[in-house]
Design a protein. Structure first.
Length: 201
């Protein structure tokens, strides 16, 4: 049986599209580990949020198939997670987060466990999906380069207690290529954030 634990906020507020949010909102979530269920096929993992909403099996499969194609998993819908690479499992997790068409997707270090080449590929995939679907993306990462590559604004947090220290806008047009990371303009923003991180109290 699934239990939902919730606590009332102690202070502050969250606003999305200029409306204050206080209840259970439809958000997508992607964790550091893919957290796909090993006993479910990929299409069932992607369609799980739709199942929880009561959508019928045929409609879930259709939607899961479309999302699998969107994230580059077409042809793998009937596979189990153990048959996929780490990057492919994370693609399935992203597709699952998109299943209910959320306006906002939260990502908590989603590519931290991947090798450098796969991480670059997933950054490009995330950019492509964002450009295609237009959702708001809030990404938590310890990689300064990843933050600058993906973000419109990088919000630097201070150490404990975590507070907003600096907000740095990122001016580069999209789509961005991995080669952008070697440019002087890109590296200048990385250095600014790195220096600020080193001086944060």
């Amino acid at each position: 049986m699934l239990q939902r634990w919730a606590a009332a906020p102690s202070v502050g507020e969250v606003t999305i599209t200029a409306r204050e949010k206080s209840g259970q909102e439809k958000l997508g979530m992607v964790f550091q580990e893919a957290n796909v269920f090993p006993w479910f096929r990929i299409e069932d993992n992607i369609g799980l949020p739709l199942q929880l909403e009561g959508l019928g099996r045929a409609a879930r499969r259709q939607r899961a198939g479309a999302l699998a194609e969107l994230v580059g998993l077409k042809g793998f819908e009937r596979r189990y997670p153990r048959e996929l690479s780490g990057g492919m499992r994370q693609r399935a997790a992203i597709a699952r987060a998109m299943a209910c068409d959320p306006d906002t997707i939260l990502m908590d270090e989603p590519f931290g466990a991947l090798d450098a080449m796969t991480r670059d590929q997933m950054n490009l995939e995330t950019q492509r999906l964002w450009m295609q679907k237009g959702f708001t993306l809030l990404l938590v990462t310890h990689s300064i380069s990843e933050a600058v590559f993906l973000a419109d604004r990088v919000v630097l947090m201070s150490p404990r207690p975590g507070r907003i220290d600096t907000i740095v806008p990122v001016p580069f047009e999209r789509p961005r290529s991995i080669g952008l990371q070697t440019s002087e303009a890109f590296q200048a923003i990385v250095r600014t954030l790195h220096n600020r991180l080193g001086s944060a109290p």
